[in-house]
Ligand binder design. Structure first.
Ligand code: NAD
Ligand code: DAU
Length: 352
């Protein structure tokens, strides 16, 4: 079946992996990557697919409802995979308004455009909203996991804005019958992640022999999933998930920050042929993040039992692959940290 799918936030970390997967796997789909290119959007993430005939990039802000409606009509969009968001917790603490605007109003604008364009016939249409495990709040140090039934309890402005967007998505399903699916995923890692997030930031700082700022005691726990496994889950759920449902996606792979940081240090030192333990002294304990959630851990049993998805990579393999990628792609990292990447759009896309 031919389809035209709008992927929002496709120039970001996870979005670029989803765009790449869909463009390469489904030559009968038109994939439109709509992205505002904020600081987190980088078209260099998609260099390998930018000339494919089934790929198109549109620079637009999801909050601009009139522009979004026009794009829906012009391109006869029949599926949306919505990833565009402000995604970094520390930024949300400094600037909550931007998070409310992009994550709530932006999502609402996409929902409203979908409803207006599809309401005569919802058959074969789908609004797939990508959310986070952070909406569930924080777990204690015990064996509990977030399930699809866990009550929402967001703590940061970021997670509050994502929770709010999830509620709007469900409201559009319950009120107007819009076909929707929501997934809540745990922490992703892998190539092309913006180096404000723990793993790429620390890999780069070790390479440059800069301090590694560990928040609080480094005891907080996250459940890490390789980004390509997330993209594969999105593909399966987009095609076979049950409309109106929620699926949790996670790695069954919990690490305290400090243990994870030690693995990163060891791997980077080994791959750079540094002396064992050479970078241990870079660890610097700093003031904790305000409202820092203690532990996240996802139960993705529903996704495994209903749709057969499970993580494909062992963490040791995934982290080795990730560290190697950042060390082999120093130009990508240096362009991002110097701001050079922001010129890419102007030179590559101005005349298209
Ligand atoms: P990211 O910050 O790397 O990328 C976000 C993208 O959205 C960027 O390309 C940015 O330019 C674009 N964008 C931001 N505001 C926009 C706007 N107003 N209009 C159009 N585009 C805009 O984020 P990510 O880490 O790839 O996360 C993608 C999605 O997945 C987010 O919705 C996030 O909440 C969710 N998520 C992320 C993780 C994770 O570990 N990174 C885990 C679970 C869920
Ligand atoms: O759980 C899913 C979420 O994972 C996504 O929804 C978010 O978009 C994504 O950013 C991520 O949120 P976290 O806050 O967990 O990720 P971050 O990489 O910022 O931090 C991971 C952990 O490491 C967290 O406990 C805070 C800590 N940390 C982070 C940084 C950047 C440090 O100790 N030092 C740091 O410098």
């Amino acid at each position: 079946m031919n389809r035209t799918i709008l992927i929002t936030g496709g120039a970001g970390f996870i979005g670029s992996h989803v765009v790449r997967l869909f463009v390469n796997k489904y030559s009968n789909y038109n994939i439109i990557n709509l992205d505002k290119l904020t600081y987190a959007g980088n078209l260099a993430n998609l260099k390998d697919v930018e000339d494919k005939p089934n790929y198109k990039f549109i620079k637009e802000d999801i909050c601009d409802f009139d522009a979004i409606l026009k794009i829906f009509r012009q391109h006869a969009i029949d599926g949306v995979i919505h990833l565009a968001a402000e995604s970094h917790v520390d930024r949300s603490i400094k600037d909550p308004f931007t998070f409310a605007k992009t994550n709530v109003i932006g999502t609402l604008s996409l929902l409203q455009a979908s409803k207006q364009c599809w309401e005569d016939n919802f058959d074969e249409k789908l609004f797939y909203h990508i959310s986070t495990d952070e909406v569930y709040g924080a777990l204690k140090f015990d064996n509990t996991l977030f399930t699809e039934q866990t009550k929402y309890d967001p703590h940061s402005p970021y997670s509050a804005s994502k929770a709010s967007s999830d509620h709007f998505v469900r409201a559009f399903h319950d009120t107007y019958g819009l076909p929707v699916i929501i997934t809540n995923c745990s922490n992703n890692y892998g190539p092309y992640q913006f180096p404000e997030k723990l793993i790429p930031l620390f890999i780069n700082n070790i390479r440059r022999k800069k301090p590694l700022p560990v928040y609080g005691k480094g005891e907080n726990v996250r459940d890490w999933l390789f980004v390509e496994d997330h993209a594969r889950a999105i593909d399966i759920i987009f095609h076979r998930g049950k409309t109106g449902d929620t699926y949790n996606i996670g790695g069954f792979n919990e690490w305290s920050n400090i243990d994870l940081i030690k693995v990163i240090i060891k791997t980077v030192d080994r791959l750079l042929c540094n002396k064992e333990g050479e970078s241990d002294d870079l660890i610097t304990y700093v003031t904790d993040r305000a409202g820092h959630d203690l532990r996240y851990a996802i139960d993705s049993t529903k996704l495994k039992e209903e749709l057969g998805w499970e993580p494909s990579l062992q963490f040791e393999e995934g982290i080795e692959k990730t560290v190697r990628w950042y060390l082999d792609n120093q130009k990508w990292m240096d362009d991002v940290t110097s701001g050079e990447y922001e010129k890419y759009y102007t030179t590559m896309y101005r005349d298209r």
